[in-house]
Write a protein that binds this ligand. Structure first.
Ligand SMILES: Cc1cc2nc3c(=O)[nH]c(=O)nc-3n(C[C@H](O)[C@H](O)[C@H](O)COP(=O)(O)OP(=O)(O)OC[C@H]3O[C@@H](n4cnc5c(N)ncnc54)[C@H](O)[C@@H]3O)c2cc1C
Ligand SMILES: *[C@@H]1O[C@H](CO)[C@@H](O)[C@H](O)[C@H]1NC(C)=O
Ligand SMILES: *[C@@H]1O[C@H](CO)[C@@H](O)[C@H](O)[C@H]1NC(C)=O
Ligand SMILES: *[C@@H]1O[C@H](CO)[C@@H](O)[C@H](O)[C@H]1NC(C)=O
Ligand SMILES: *[C@@H]1O[C@H](CO)[C@@H](O)[C@H](O)[C@H]1NC(C)=O
Ligand SMILES: *[C@@H]1O[C@H](CO)[C@@H](O)[C@H](O)[C@H]1NC(C)=O
Ligand SMILES: *[C@@H]1O[C@H](CO)[C@@H](O)[C@H](O)[C@H]1NC(C)=O
Ligand SMILES: *[C@@H]1O[C@H](CO)[C@@H](O)[C@H](O)[C@H]1NC(C)=O
Ligand SMILES: *[C@@H]1O[C@H](CO)[C@@H](O)[C@H](O)[C@H]1NC(C)=O
Ligand SMILES: *[C@@H]1O[C@H](CO)[C@@H](O)[C@H](O)[C@H]1NC(C)=O
Length: 510
């Protein structure tokens, strides 16, 4: 059993420094409009202005905490009138502190009270509030007719930010991104009006919301199609402790399997990724893990083309596989003790006052198979600097796309999410246990991207907004997050939010 403490949480409650000098105009406006707010002199304010990522620290001018759509509209009107920038906050898990502004002085609209999940038993369409968290949603969908969607893994992630910029998890190769389940959204726009966005109502806005939602308004309610919860779920963990030569061979085998060069290749039911962490004596631990939605017999046949090659490479540490129900699959089989340390034994149920944090810097990459030179560059840098890194680290590379994935079956231009052609989603994380973060972690991490890109003929690779990197300039962020879709996004931004009411350092149109 491997005990990997990959994500560090700490409960963090800060108490405020004292009462404000006087009423700021925005606070008066919120009061006059009867919008509940966190006052800067309360612990609510300190708590609600903390981002998930404690490396960053921004101070909003005010935090509105509405519980009705008219209150959201009024909050937007107050800010727009006063020239204050607005940021919606759903689960608050932005890697870049964007839901608390990404810089000081913004109005945060905290949507924590918009958190219901209701399934229509006739249509199986679920209506979900943006402030609902993934664990609660999974429980509620399952309780209402054993329904499900594909989405990310940590139960505390809010659906608002997650779905509007992608949303990938253990089951995405089989069933798609969470945004592929979105059918319509109710949005408060910059001029304070409420719009419905769907295929048939404001289709341009609907296109923009599915990939770049934070730039276009405050989503207050969403409708999703759902699927029956997958009845068969195999969770698996195959750890390998490898030296550089072995890792290189392992990466080649993985690319062949996921990228369509091996026969048979990865089938649709297989969801697989690497988690890479430091080992001892210059070795690194490559943990192949995932979920298979089918029978154990089919799983064994389907994983064999990859495992057979990896086993020949050596370094195998003993696998764990388990047949689990859907909810246990979402928890990494927490309840039967298969593998329970990912999230410090979090339950799917997350309370309203949920406060988890980590202190980190992350980079993402969206790639197809790397060329031989690219694999060299990646593995060389990993072994040259991984064992002597200035901070803790973990890397995750998930095969969400590729020839048999659901993701590229959705036409590439039908949503503003720009990465359907890529196979792998990379997440490279440098972290410390608590603040202050050691900035040497940033200079340590950046060359992983530049080395790989240099080896790939200086290709500019895509990056994933849900793993936002606040060190990117706005121009670089626009290009890497939205690639070929940025031009159309900028046009739509001009028409629905010409004054840039919804703004953070990387929003469309900034
Ligand atoms: C522990 C952890 C695990 C994660 N696991 C995964 C994973 O498995 N797969 C994956 O794909 N991602 C994962 N992520 C990334 C996650 O998808 C993003 O951080 C996501 O944006 C978080 O959504 P949120 O609502 O919690 O965040 P917030 O910080 O509230 O919002 C993020 C962004 O979306 C905007 N936004 C929020 N709500 C709305 C709204 N209602 N209308 C318009 N814009 C809005 C915010 O202004 C901000 O720009 C993880 C993140 C963390 C911290
Ligand atoms: C502030 O926190 C308290 C305790 O958690 C809660 O009852 C109250 O509703 C919060 N206020 C707002 C505006 O969210
Ligand atoms: C915080 O400030 C508000 C507005 O000035 C005031 O009404 C309230 O009593 C203060 N609360 C605390 C805990 O000091
Ligand atoms: C929108 O319409 C397109 C084209 O008809 C269709 O392929 C797609 O499934 C629809 N999407 C939603 C969310 O209804
Ligand atoms: C890596 O491990 C393999 C298998 O144990 C071994 O044959 C090889 O010599 C090692 N290579 C290096 C560079 O240590
Ligand atoms: C290890 O994997 C093999 C092949 O998939 C499987 O047959 C075996 O049961 C697994 N071992 C454990 C302990 O799960
Ligand atoms: C998680 O739960 C398992 C089994 O219930 C237990 O063995 C383990 O120590 C727990 N881990 C943490 C980090 O609490
Ligand atoms: C959250 O609320 C629960 C009860 O609703 C309470 O037991 C717990 O102490 C609260 N946690 C924090 C961090 O305030
Ligand atoms: C990449 O760009 C660098 C610097 O501009 C240049 O020296 C190098 O030759 C380029 N590499 C390739 C493979 O094009
Ligand atoms: C608000 O903006 C939307 C999008 O640009 C527009 O369709 C609508 O007419 C505007 N409403 C008002 C009241 O100006």
């Amino acid at each position: 059993m491997f005990k990997l403490h990959l994500v560090h949480f700490l409960l963090c409650i800060h108490f405020a420094n004292g009462a404000p000098e006087g009423y700021l105009p925005i606070i008066s406006c919120l009061e006059e409009s009867n919008i509940p707010q966190d006052y800067p002199n309360t612990s609510n304010f300190s708590q609600d202005s903390l981002d998930y990522n404690l490396r960053l620290n921004f101070t909003p001018i005010a935090i509105a905490v509405p519980s009705t759509v008219p209150q959201v509209q009024a909050a937007v009107n107050c800010a727009a009138k006063l020239g204050i920038k607005v940021n919606p906050k759903s689960g608050g898990h932005s890697y870049a502190g964007h839901s608390v502004g990404g810089e000081d002085g913004h109005l945060v609209v905290d949507l924590k009270y918009f958190r219901e999940t209701k399934v229509d038993s006739a249509t199986n369409v679920a209506t979900i509030g943006p402030g609902a968290r993934l664990g609660n949603i999974a429980l509620d969908l399952y309780a209402q007719g054993e329904r499900a969607m594909a989405h990310g893994i940590c139960p505390g992630v809010g659906i608002g930010g997650h779905v509007l910029h992608g949303g990938q998890g253990y089951s995405s190769h089989t069933y798609g991104l969470l945004l592929d389940f979105l059918v319509s959204a109710e949005v408060v726009l910059a001029n304070g009006s409420v719009a419905t966005a769907s295929n048939t109502s404001n289709p341009d806005l609907f296109w923009a919301l599915r990939g770049a939602g934070m730039s276009f308004g405050i989503v207050t309610s969403m409708e999703f199609r759902t699927i029956p919860a997958p009845p068969e779920n195999i969770l698996f963990y195959y750890p390998y402790l490898w030296n550089q030569t072995q890792a290189h061979a392992g990466w080649d085998a993985w690319q062949a399997y996921c990228g369509g060069e091996t026969t048979p290749i990865i089938p649709p039911a297989m969801n697989v990724r690497w988690v890479i962490v430091d080992g001892d004596d210059g070795l690194l631990l490559f943990l192949l893990e995932g979920a298979f939605h089918g029978s154990i017999e089919d799983f064994d046949l389907s994983i064999a083309p990859l495992i057979d090659v990896l086993d020949e490479i050596g370094g195998f540490q003993g696998n764990v596989t388990g047949v689990v129900g859907w909810l246990d699959a979402l928890l990494y089989a927490n309840s039967n003790g298969l593998y329970s340390n990912w999230d410090n034994n979090q339950t799917l149920e997350t309370p309203l006052n949920y406060t988890a944090h980590a202190t980190f810097f992350a980079k993402s990459l969206m790639t197809r198979n790397l060329s031989p030179a690219g694999v060299d560059a990646w593995i060389n840098r990993l072994y040259a600097t991984g064992p002597t890194s200035p901070t803790g680290w973990y890397f995750i590379v998930a095969a969400q796309g590729g020839p048999t994935s659901y993701v590229p079956t959705v036409p590439a231009d039908s949503t503003s999410y720009a990465h359907r052609h890529s196979i792998y989603e990379w997440q490279l994380v440098a972290q410390t246990n608590s603040p202050p973060f050691n900035d040497a972690g940033i200079t340590w991490l950046n060359p992983f991207v530049s080395d790989i890109e240099a080896a790939e003929s200086n290709l500019t690779l895509g990056m994933y907004y849900n793993y936002a990197d606040p060190t990117l300039s706005k121009e670089e962020a626009h290009e890497r997050y939205w690639l070929q879709h940025y031009g159309r996004l900028a046009e739509i931004k001009k028409s629905v939010d010409p004054d840039l009411v919804f703004l953070n350092p990387q929003t469309v149109g900034n």
